[in-house]
Design a protein around this ligand. Structure first.
Ligand SMILES: Nc1ncnc2c1ncn2[C@@H]1O[C@H](COP(=O)(O)OP(=O)(O)OP(=O)(O)O)[C@@H](O)[C@H]1O
Length: 699
C-alpha cells in the first residue's frame, strides 16, 4: 500500500461507513492510499476504475490523489451511463457502483473540498482545460464537468453536427406538392402534430419525433416517407448519376443495407449529367439500434404503407427495409476504422430514420452523424422517458431537453404548420418541455394516444409513472383491472400464490413455444416467444435474471416434458444473442428460438412472417432466454409481461426501468414487488450527466 499523502491537502478522514475490508475481496483495490481506498471500499468507485486512474496518473506524471479520485469517478460515470462527472453534483455517484450493492450512504466519506478539488483537477497535467485545451490529454475539464477525452470528443462532435443541422436553411421541396401530400396523408383534425412532424422532416435536416406508446410515431414515419417521396427535391449535392449516388464529398457509394429506393420514381439522367433531377429517387434508410427493433419497425411501416388509400403513395414508398444502425454504418469488427461509412465516406442516403433512439448511446450517435451527408434529412424517433442506452449518454433525452433555440426564419413550412398544430397547447407542466419552444431544436412531441385499446389500464399506468405520481401508480396497480396486476411481496420474496400466477403464464407461453418448435413451425414459434416474458432489473441475486430464468425453465420443462439434454440444441430453446455478428445479421439483444428441421434444429429470428434462419454452427454466442433484464427488453413488445421488482434499496430501481417494462406489455402487465419498491422506482428518475443540454461555456 502506498503511503504518499495527497499533494493537495485533504480533509482528515472521518471513519467512513464502509463495509469491513476483506483482503481477499477482488472488488477492493490493492496498492492505493488509504484515503482513495475508502472510496473503493464504500463501492463509490470500483477497483478497475481506480486502476485506470492510477495508470493515467503514471503516464502523465499526476500523483495527486484528489485528481486520481476525480478521474476514477469519470471512469465510473461512463460505466454507469453518464458522459462526464460533475464534481459539484455527486448525488448520483454517491450511489454504489455495483448493481448488487444496496443504496449506501456515501455522504460520510472524506469528500474533498469542492473548490480545492476543482482547482487541483484544472491544473493537472492529466487534464485539458476548456474547449480549446490541448488535444493530447486523457481527460478534459469543461464547465465544472470532467470527461474522459474520447467521450468529450464524441459529445463535441454531436453538438456541432446537431447545431449545424438546426441552423442550416431549409432543404428544397416543391411547396405545392408538399401541401397536397400533407393534406392527403394527414387528413384528420387530430393529425396536426403528426402533420407538423412530416412538414418538419421534409424541410429540416434534423427532426426529433418523440411521444409515448401509441401516439403514432411509427404511423407518422410511414406517412412522412410518402410525403418526402412525393415532395422532397434532391439537393444539389445529392444527384443521381448513371453509376449511383454521388455525395457532397464526392464519394460515390453503393447502396448499403436498409436502403429503400423506389423504382417507379427513379429517374436516371444521361451519363455525365449531374444536375439535380426533379422526381429522382429519394434514398431512404430505416434503422434501429437492435435487430429486433429494426424488424418491428419494418413490419409496422409496411403495414401502414399497405393501408394508404392512394396507390401512388403506396408505389412511391414501396416496401422499405429496416436494418440495425451497425449494419447501416457498415460495422467492421476488429478494423481500425470500426465503420465503413464515416466522415470520409458518407452514407448515400437523402433520408435516414432511426427508431428507438433512446437506446442509442453517445458514441454510436457520433458515428452516425459523422457518416451522414450534411444535407441528408435525419429523423430521430423515440420515447425519451424510456431507459437510456446501456452505454454512456442519453442523447435523445438531451436533445429533447436542450436549451431551446428559435427556429430559423426560413423554416416557413414548419412555422405555418406549427401555428395550427400547437395552437391551444396547454402550458407545460412541471419538468415538461414547452412544445413550441423546443421546435427550434427540431423536436416534435406527439401527445394524443391513438391506440384502440381504450379499455386497457396500461397506458394510464405508464403516464402516471412517467409523471412521477406514486400514489396514482399504486391506485392503478391495485384497481384489479384485467390488464394490470400487482402481486405485493412485502418482504421481497414471492410466496406460493405469486409463483403460481407467474407459472401459469410462463407455462402457457412455453408450451406453445415447444409445440410449435417441435413441429418446425418457425412463424408460430416466434409468435409464441412474444406471448409472455419475465423481466427483472438485476442480472444476479435473488430477484435477478439467473434465478428467474432457471425457475421458468424448470416450470416449462416440467409442464412439457421438454427436458434439457446434454446438447444445448433442442427445439423450443429460446435464445438471446449476446454479441454482434454482422456477417450472420444477428446483433446483441436479438431473440430467437430453435425449431426442428430435418433431423436437427435451426435457429430462427426476427419477423414471424419472414424469419431469419441460422444454422447452429453459424450462431454467435447465445444464452437461453426464459427471463431478461428490462434493459434487454427495450425495443421489444410482449403480449403479457411479468416484472419482478428488486428490493427498494436497489440502485437499479428507477422510474425509467418501471416505465420501460410496463410499456413493453401489449395486453397485460403484472408487477411483483413491494409498495416501497414501486414508490422508490416512480420517484427515482435517472440522472445522466452530460454537457449536451446546455450551451458550451465560453472561455
Ligand atoms: N392520426 C391517427 N389517427 C388514428 N389512428 C392513429 C393515428 N396515428 C396512429 N394511429 C393508430 O394508433 C396506433 C398506434 O400507432 P403507432 O404504432 O404508430 O404508435 P407508436 O407511437 O409507434 O407506438 P409504440 O411506440 O408503442 O410502437 C395504431 O393502431 C395506429 O393505427
Amino acid at each position: 500500500m502506498t503511503t504518499t499523502p495527497p499533494r493537495t491537502p485533504v480533509p482528515a478522514a472521518p471513519a467512513p461507513a464502509v463495509p469491513p475490508a476483506d483482503e481477499g475481496d477482488p472488488r477492493l483495490a490493492v496498492g492505493v492510499a488509504a484515503w482513495l481506498g475508502a472510496f473503493n471500499a464504500a463501492r463509490v468507485v470500483s477497483a478497475a476504475d481506480l486502476r485506470v486512474a492510477l495508470r493515467l496518473g503514471r503516464l502523465t506524471g499526476e500523483q495527486d490523489d484528489q485528481v486520481l479520485l476525480a478521474v476514477a469517478l469519470a471512469v465510473r460515470a461512463v460505466r454507469s451511463g453518464s458522459v462526464c462527472v460533475r464534481l459539484d453534483d455527486l448525488g448520483s455517484l454517491e450511489l454504489p457502483e455495483d448493481e448488487e450493492a444496496a443504496r449506501a450512504d456515501a455522504a460520510d466519506l472524506p469528500w474533498p473540498d469542492r473548490a480545492a478539488w476543482a482547482a487541483a483537477v484544472a491544473r493537472s497535467p492529466l487534464v485539458a482545460v476548456g474547449v480549446d485545451g490541448p488535444a493530447d490529454r486523457p481527460a478534459r475539464w469543461v464547465g465544472g464537468a470532467l470527461y474522459l477525452d474520447r467521450y468529450w470528443r464524441d459529445e463535441l462532435a454531436v453538438r456541432h453536427d446537431v447545431d449545424g443541422r438546426l441552423a442550416a436553411g431549409d432543404l428544397p421541396v416543391d411547396p405545392d406538392r408538399l401541401d397536397l401530400a400533407l393534406t392527403r396523408l394527414f387528413p384528420a383534425a387530430d393529425d396536426t402534430r403528426q402533420r407538423l412532424a412530416a412538414a418538419h422532416a421534409a424541410t429540416r435536416r434534423l427532426t426529433v419525433l418523440t411521444g409515448g406508446p401509441g401516439t403514432g410515431k411509427t404511423t407518422t414515419v410511414a406517412r412522412l416517407l410518402a410525403v418526402l417521396h412525393d415532395a422532397a427535391l434532391p439537393s444539389s449535392s445529392s444527384v443521381v448519376t448513371s453509376s449511383g449516388v454521388t455525395s457532397s464529398d464526392g464519394s460515390s457509394a453503393s447502396v448499403p443495407q436498409g436502403t429503400a429506393v423506389t423504382p417507379s420514381a427513379a429517374v436516371v439522367p444521361p451519363p455525365g449529367d449531374t444536375a439535380p433531377v426533379s422526381g429522382a429517387a429519394l434514398r431512404v434508410a430505416l434503422a434501429a439500434p437492435t435487430g429486433k427493433a429494426a424488424a418491428r419497425l419494418q413490419e409496422a411501416v409496411r403495414e401502414v404503407v399497405a393501408a394508404f388509400p392512394d396507390p401512388a403513395d403506396r408505389d412511391r414508398v414501396g416496401t422499405p427495409v429496416a436494418t440495425t444502425l451497425h449494419r447501416l454504418l457498415g460495422y467492421r469488427p476488429g478494423s481500425s476504422t470500426r465503420f465503413r461509412h464515416d466522415a470520409h465516406h458518407h452514407l448515400p442516403h437523402d433520408v435516414v430514420v432511426v427508431d428507438e433512439t433512446s437506446m442509442v448511446a453517445l458514441p454510436l450517435m457520433a458515428r452516425l452523424l459523422e457518416a451522414l451527408r450534411p444535407d441528408a434529412r435525419l429523423v430521430l424517433v423515440g420515447d425519451p422517458d424510456q431507459l437510456a442506452s446501456v452505454e454512456a449518454g442519453a442523447v435523445l433525452g438531451d436533445l429533447v431537453h436542450r436549451e431551446p433555440v428559435a427556429p430559423p426564419a426560413t423554416a416557413s413550412a414548419v412555422v405555418a404548420t406549427a401555428d395550427v398544430a400547437l395552437a391551444g397547447s396547454p402550458p407545460p407542466a412541471d419538468g415538461e418541455v414547452d412544445d413550441r419552444a423546443v421546435l427550434g431544436n427540431g423536436v416534435v412531441r406527439l401527445r394524443t394516444v391513438h391506440r384502440q385499446d381504450r379499455d386497457s389500464e396500461i397506458l394510464p399506468l405508464a403516464a402516471a409513472i412517467q409523471g412521477g405520481r406514486p400514489d396514482e401508480v399504486l391506485v392503478l396497480l391495485r384497481a384489479g383491472h384485467e390488464s394490470v396486476q400487482f402481486l405485493e411481496t412485502p418482504d421481497d420474496s414471492p410466496d406460493d400464490a405469486v409463483l403460481a400466477a407467474v407459472r401459469a403464464d410462463a407455462v402457457a407461453a412455453g408450451a406453445l413455444l415447444v409445440e410449435a418448435a417441435r413441429a418446425g413451425d418457425a412463424p408460430a414459434a416466434l409468435a409464441a416467444l412474444a406471448r409472455h416474458r419475465v423481466m427483472v432489473a438485476h442480472r444476479r441475486g435473488p430477484a435477478g435474471r439467473g434465478r428467474w430464468a432457471a425457475q421458468v425453465e424448470a416450470w416449462v420443462e416440467e409442464a412439457t416434458g421438454h427436458h434439457a439434454t446434454d446438447s444445448p440444441w433442442v427445439a423450443g430453446r429460446p435464445l438471446l444473442v449476446t454479441t454482434n455478428d454482422a456477417e450472420v445479421g444477428l446483433y446483441n439483444g436479438d431473440t430467437g428460438v430453435l425449431v426442428a428441421e430435418g433431423d436437427g434444429v435451426v435457429a430462427v429470428f426476427g419477423d414471424p412472417r419472414a424469419p431469419l434462419r441460422v444454422r447452429t454452427h453459424r450462431l454467435p454466442p447465445v444464452e437461453t432466454v426464459h427471463a431478461m433484464t428490462v434493459h434487454r427488453a427495450q425495443g421489444s413488445q410482449f403480449d403479457r409481461v411479468t416484472l419482478v421488482l428488486p428490493p427498494a434499496t436497489s440502485p437499479l430501481l428507477t422510474r425509467e426501468l418501471l416505465y420501460t417494462a410496463v410499456t413493453r406489455a401489449q395486453t397485460f402487465v403484472r408487477v411483483v414487488g413491494s409498495e416501497d419498491a414501486v414508490r422508490t422506482a416512480v420517484t427515482s428518475p435517472v440522472h445522466r450527466a452530460s454537457g449536451l443540454r446546455s450551451a458550451l461555456p465560453v472561455g
